[in-house]
Design a protein around this ligand. Structure first.
Ligand SMILES: CC(=O)N[C@H]1CCN(c2c(Cl)cnc3[nH]c(-c4cn(C)nc4C)nc23)C1
Length: 282
């Protein structure tokens, strides 16, 4: 859309500001349009420097920008560029026409086997691409996923991604539900943490809640993850059950590799025969 690296300098006056799309941790996201021809629609993410410095996440934001700017994949939200003024940093992000996936998930409760399978197929594609560039996402969950205009899945937030392998102590601000045992136990971890998260995501799409959720306490969730206390309801098909159990292995080395996910029976069963661009007819 906006070419590899915009030769021109972007600034706030380059855009007509539209409606707010939502808010991230450190600021808001607005739908905007470039003033000059050709007019592009973008999502402009505004981050406040003061908040970034206060929360001591400057390095993380720099990493997010550096990582996402170099990624080009149909299931990864593009970061076209960024600019800043004295108070704020602005990220020029691809606009995902069908919005946040978690809103669809909470609206429907859970997704059909076909819709879930199509999403997981696209996630496996995107994760293979990221791992090929030695990027671990580390924060795969419905809240970080967006939907393009044709229903195709887009991984959005790269706030927690690192270059593999990582074992940085992370202030656990988000949900623990997606963390694998090795991260819950603060041990060294590698890109196989995303395999575990893919298994959690598959379960949550089909069942409507994450597998180790225990609303009684954070520690209860910790314990269930560390024990891999996995109970898959009978509503889940045997093929989906097989894939989930092959991803949710305590030992990272035993988790089914992404190449095998892409050719798993539950994935092949629903893959479009024609040349459709991997979208999910919703
Ligand atoms: C943490 C974070 O950035 N979360 C969200 C806010 C909106 N944002 C979007 C981003 Cl970053 C990109 N594209 C979006 N499209 C939408 C959206 C579209 N519809 C119809 N409704 C919405 C909402 N939102 C975005 C990411």
């Amino acid at each position: 859309v906006l070419g590899a690296r915009p030769t021109r300098e972007w600034s706030l006056p380059s855009f007509e500001i539209g409606r707010p799309l939502g808010k991230g941790k450190f600021g808001r996201v607005y739908m905007v349009r470039t003033k000059c021809e050709p007019q592009y629609i973008l999502a402009l993410k505004c981050l406040y420097k003061s908040e970034i410095i206060q929360s001591r996440v400057e390095k993380q934001i720099r990493r997010e920008i550096e990582i996402q700017q170099n990624l080009r994949h149909p299931n990864v939200l593009r970061l076209y560029g960024y600019f800043h003024d004295e108070k704020r940093i602005f990220l020029m992000l691809e606009f995902a026409g069908k919005g946040e996936l978690y809103k669809q998930l909470s609206k429907h409760g859970s997704f059909s086997e076909k819709r879930s399978s199509r999403y997981i197929d696209q996630m496996a594609d995107a994760l293979s691409y990221l791992h090929g560039k030695h990027v671990i996402h580390r924060d795969i969950k419905p809240e970080n996923l967006l939907l393009g205009i044709n229903g195709e899945l887009k991984i959005g937030d790269f706030g927690w991604s690192v270059h593999a392998p990582g074992n940085r102590r992370m202030t656990l601000c988000g949900t623990l539900d997606y963390l694998p045992p090795e991260m819950v136990e603060g041990r060294e971890h590698n890109e196989k943490v995303d395999y575990w998260a893919l298994g959690v995501l598959t379960y949550e799409f089909l069942v409507g809640n994450p597998p180790f959720e225990d609303r009684s306490s954070v520690n209860a969730t910790y314990r269930r993850i560390a024990k891999v206390d996995l109970r898959i309801p009978s509503l889940v098909s045997p093929e989906a059950r097989d894939l989930i159990t092959q991803l949710l292995k305590y030992n990272p080395e035993e988790r089914i590799p992404l190449t095998d996910v892409s050719r798993h029976p539950w994935i092949l069963k629903y893959r479009p025969k024609g040349i459709s661009r991997g979208g999910t007819d919703v």
